[in-house]
Design a protein around this ligand. Structure first.
Ligand code: AMP
Ligand code: MG
Length: 404
């Protein structure tokens, strides 16, 4: 066993360093069917106004407001997609349906509930103002309005907007392809019975979900043994095809921990140890051609917490997101949180509301092997380094995973 020679970086410093070294992948054009969940690579500006014509908001009668209080002759109809062709003259009304074009000459729509229908005439209420019950052209969106900013993920409203504007292809960032590999001689594939001293590889499946959630594509690379040559071959093959490699295990200082020296021989290791709990041996390297390698610790909670703190923001940056971090909110501790000397600690908590406060309760033993501390957690409470810790009732920052 040798002592690690890597400097211990502060968690925040390491996170900043990872992002500094993370590129943004180039743009490509996709159809709207491919666009959900992708990230806009350019601003989108409206080249049309919405609505394009004065469109009725209700079913009723299009009138001239000056005719309010009168008995008007019904001269035709304007339905959605089937406009009234003529011009509305004084003393007349046109039946209009929701989405129908307001006929020329009309300046208001009376709701059907407000008129007295008398054969081919209607009596409309007095004092009806101009501009009632229809959407004026450009009321929703003017030509030149920015509807989408570069870096914005494409959700439902965003896609609806661009479709409404007639845009059928969008420039989005390429999705990162992430190779996912577990390392360790003790690991067996899920579904196989572990022999003496063996355990089932669970990290790859946990990380598969974590990577997919970011919008990246995953290539599952299986289990690499703790032997330099096979590990090297797997890694070298994978980085030809992937933008980023995520491994778990093999980054502490045991003689079987081979990931750091391998990454050093292939590229440049920027982070080899972090003042973080869980996750001290987290490793980050850059490889030729702008590729990234993340060596996550083997303990299941350590691998997922370091994924949250370092890898998730980087995968979001690769695909061009402008918001890289989980939302953070102050929470009130319902328990005494001990600090961990010089390390930043991310404690797993559930949250509930008490008045205006979000109150954080520990998920129990915070052992780095206990995945149950993360299952169902709503947030990671960030306890900064220090001697004293934070007594119950203190307010601290939390990374929100999911609100209750
Ligand atoms: P390591 O960082 O390789 O020293 O691994 C530390 C510990 O994490 C191991 O002793 C295992 O108990 C656990 N571990 C490593 N890899 C995995 C994995 N893929 N799935 C589940 N547990 C793992
Ligand atoms: Mg190992």
């Amino acid at each position: 066993m040798r002592a690690s020679t890597y400097p211990m970086l502060a968690a925040e410093e390491a996170a900043a360093l990872v992002l500094e070294r993370t590129p943004v992948l180039p743009a490509e054009e996709v159809s709207l069917a491919q666009a959900p969940g992708r990230v806009a690579a350019a601003d989108v500006v409206a080249e049309r106004r919405l609505p394009a014509f004065p469109a009725s908001a209700v079913d009723g009668y299009a009138i001239r407001s000056a005719d309010g209080g009168g008995r008007l002759r019904v001269v035709g109809e304007s339905a959605a997609g089937r406009p009234f062709s003529g011009r509305l003259e004084a003393g007349s009304a046109a039946r209009i349906l929701t989405g129908g074009v307001l006929p020329e000459g009309a300046d208001s729509v009376v709701m059907v509930e407000d008129v007295d229908q008398q054969g081919d005439h209607v009596v409309v209420p007095a004092g009806y103002q101009k501009g009632r019950n229809f959407h004026a052209p450009g009321a929703d969106l003017e030509r030149g309005d920015v509807v989408l900013r570069r870096g914005q993920p494409l959700g439902s409203a965003e896609l609806g907007l661009v479709a409404a504007l007639g845009i059928d292809r969008l420039s989005v960032h390429r999705r990162p392809r992430v190779g996912l590999m577990s390392t360790g001689d003790e690991l067996v594939e899920v579904g196989r019975e572990p022999g003496p001293g063996q355990i089932t590889d669970s990290n790859r499946w946990a990380l598969l979900a974590a990577v997919r959630e970011t919008g990246a594509e995953v290539e599952l690379l299986g289990i690499a043994p703790d032997q330099p040559q096979p590990l090297r071959e797997l890694v070298v093959g994978a980085i030809q095809r992937c933008d980023a490699l995520v491994t778990s295990g093999g980054v502490s200082v045991g003689t079987h921990d081979l990931v750091k020296p391998l990454l050093e021989s292939l590229g440049e290791v920027h982070v080899g140890r972090v003042k973080l709990r869980p996750g001290k041996p987290f490793t980050f390297a850059t490889l030729p051609d702008g590729k990234l390698a993340f060596g996550l610790p083997g303990f299941p909670v350590s691998s997922l917490v370091t994924f949250e703190v370092f890898v998730r923001p980087a995968l979001r940056k690769l695909q061009g997101c402008s918001a890289l971090q989980r939302p953070q909110l102050p929470v009130r501790l319902a328990y005494d949180a001990l600090a961990t000397g010089d390390r930043t600690e991310y404690q797993r908590v559930t949250l509930h509301r008490e008045g205006p406060d979000l109150v954080a309760t520990s998920t129990g033993s915070q052992s780095s092997s206990r995945l149950m501390s993360l299952a169902g957690a709503h947030a990671l409470v960030r306890i900064p380094p220090g001697a004293e810790g934070y007594p119950a009732g203190s307010y601290v920052e939390a990374l929100i995973l999911e609100l209750p």
